[in-house]
Design a protein. Structure first.
Length: 613
């Protein structure tokens, strides 16, 4: 199934509306370069026109319509606020003294720490392109961050008052900070690490977000991942707390957590609470806890309450919904043109446990779920053309099985459409289909009924133990599983934690990757998009494959190029790959060579001789 793409109708604040500092420079003077004895002291508003380290010696106040500190340097500039304040802000866009230089295109790495300031403007901060935000903000209290783009940018232990609205962004770390305004990035965004922050307003990625880690944050507004530029992929959203207003997250493509066109993402162990949740008979107008329009996402271990729809699957294919607690919503799970596997969930104390409104319900696997105490229906099937929803092997909250609703229907109890068993129990109810007296929900057998688990029979007296037989030879296993990386530069012996940059792709060094096992030598391989254009132009990979229990890469280093190249094999703890478990991988074999223009071959051994114990 192909996920639909929504219009970016909610981008009501354009990038060009960012608050920008004036760069009128009357009355400010330049600072001399450092003399090597330590940071250069700043005791008045000025122009910083050389890279280096600077430190404030007191509070600074600019005149009317003036920027206090204008950074006109190229390169690395570090400003230590020393606990003081700056009124008039820091303007990183520089001056217009040299008309041949675009001030917004300078490559500036700006570090600011221990400062209270009204505005920090980065190159390109009016909404254009350019060097963008780079460097670190640490222990900074700032009203306005004027950011157009960001690369290698860190915000840590800081407080930001006004909205942040930026464009292209990559390798961004945001941690231990508080944001009072909306945070939004447009265009392609990648490799965000967002940990232990508080967001008072929505956080939005309009075009695309991929290879990112969002954990242990408090969201008072929604987290929206949109896909106008392609699906948001390979993101982990875990251990966050969402507490949102139902009026703000009502309707299609709305929710406390939204994947509009998101594929292959992991949503795990979050707590999502919607207050004033919007319910009602029209499921498309309800507020949503999690909204998914995408493929192969995993939603597991979450607690979702108070919403109109706890989880809303809309034009969504092959998603996994497991081990969630979905309670106190108008509807627990809404399937609308969706295929999914929903198992081992606790879907209790909602008005509707599960609601099905459209076709393709034959592509839903729904079993081993607890459907207790849903007041109107355990499963309500409103799909057209007599479609039947398969809800066998679930618990309905009572050992007698499901009931039928509405209870005053003259045809109750309803029969299972295949076995004819009656829904005459005391558990949550099933709905009636087009044929009077026949449910459009399969419920027989159910957990706790005649076909469910029974009391164990007494164990028979043990028989004499036979003579022991020789232990069989160990059988080969599918594993071990392995990963092979072809990268520029040195070997990473141990991958880092999920929120670190201890991965080849985070360092823009990964050329090719390959995953396989003893049974399937090459399960998947590919070339990531994180390699810099300069490095990519230097290497032409002719083949990357497995030969005789070894991984072999054959490639050409192009003219004018030369670097260290590494081929590394790792043993994985199991199939698949995740940043969360990468640190459990162990280095098996590696080789690194300094290579120059010409044809080359690198080879490493693979851990393929595993046996079952």
């Amino acid at each position: 199934m192909t996920a639909t793409t929504a219009p970016r109708a909610r981008l009501v604040v354009a990038v060009t509306s960012i608050v920008v500092l004036s760069t009128l420079l009357t009355g400010v003077s330049g600072l001399p370069a450092q003399d090597g004895t330590g940071p250069t002291a700043i005791d008045a508003c000025t122009v910083v026109d050389e890279p280096g380290e600077y430190v404030l010696t007191g509070n600074l106040v600019a005149g009317d319509d003036e920027a206090c500190l204008v950074v006109d340097a190229t390169g690395a500039v570090s400003i230590d606020g020393a606990g003081y304040s700056v009124t008039g802000g820091i303007d990183g866009s520089g001056t217009d003294d040299d008309p041949s230089v675009d001030p917004d295109a300078r490559e500036l790495v700006l570090d600011v720490r221990d400062l209270t300031v009204d505005t920090i403007r980065y190159p390109g901060g009016e909404g254009g392109g350019g060097g963008g935000a780079s460097g670190t903000l640490e222990n900074v209290t700032v009203e306005t961050l004027a950011v157009a783009s960001a690369e290698d940018w860190t915000v840590q232990s800081s407080h930001v008052t006004d909205p942040i609205i930026g464009l292209y962004a990559g390798d961004v770390t945001i941690r231990d900070s508080t944001f009072e305004g909306r945070v939004a990035f447009d265009e392609n965004t990648a490799r965000f690490t967002v940990v232990n922050n508080t967001f008072a307003e929505p956080v939005l990625f309009w075009e695309q977000l991929f290879d990112s880690y969002v954990a242990e944050n408090t969201f008072r507004g929604s987290l929206d991942l949109f896909s106008a530029g392609g699906p948001s992929t390979n993101n982990t959203i875990e251990n966050n707390e969402f507490a949102v207003d139902g009026d703000d997250v009502a309707g299609i493509e709305e929710g406390a957590l939204v994947f509009e066109g998101g594929d292959d993402n992991l949503v795990r162990n979050n707590t999502i609470t919607v207050t004033g949740g919007v319910g009602g008979d029209d499921p498309t107008l309800r507020s949503n806890g999690v909204f998914i329009n995408g493929e192969r996402n995993v939603v597991t271990g979450n607690t979702i309450s108070g919403a109109g729809n706890g989880i809303y699957l809309y034009w969504a294919a092959d998603n996994e919904i497991s081990e969630n607690t979905i309670t106190g919503n108008d509807a627990g799970i809404l399937f609308r043109v969706a295929s999914a596997t929903a198992t081992d969930n606790r879907i209790t104390d909602n008005r509707l446990g599960v609601e099905v409104t459209d076709e393709r319900i034959d592509e839903v696997t729904f079993e081993r779920n607890d459907l207790a105490n849903n007041t109107e229906f355990g499963v309500s099937n409103a799909a057209p053309e007599g479609a039947v929803f398969d809800a066998r092997n679930n618990s309905w909250g009572d050992a007698s099985g499901p009931s039928s609703a509405p209870a005053n229907d003259s045809d109750v109890p309803f029969a299972d459409p295949v076995t004819g068993a009656l829904a005459d129990g005391a558990g949550s109810a099933v709905s009636e289909g087009e044929d009077p007296g026949v449910s459009n929900v399969r419920f027989d057998p159910f957990v706790g009924g005649d076909d469910g688990p029974t009391d164990p029979e007494p164990e028979p007296e043990p028989e004499p133990e036979p003579e022991p037989e020789p232990e069989p030879e160990p059988e080969p296993v599918d594993g071990p599983y392995y990963q092979v990386d072809f990268a520029v530069g040195p070997v990473i012996e141990q991958f880092g934690s999920p929120d670190s940059d201890g991965f080849y792709s985070d360092q823009s060094r990964l050329i090719r990757f390959l995953h396989g096992s003893a049974e399937t030598p090459v399960e998947r391989s590919g070339a990531p998009s994180t390699l810099t254009d300069e490095r990519a132009a230097c290497v032409d990979v002719e083949s990357f494959d497995v030969e005789d229990d070894s991984a072999v890469v054959r490639f050409t280093v192009e003219s004018g190029c030369g670097d260290d190249y590494s081929l590394v094999s790792y043993e994985k703890p199991g199939a698949g790959w995740s940043r969360a478990t990468a640190a459990e991988q162990s280095l098996h074999d590696s080789t690194t060579s300094e290579l120059y223009p010409g044809e080359h071959e690198l080879r490493v051994s693979l851990p393929v001789n595993g046996t079952a114990e």
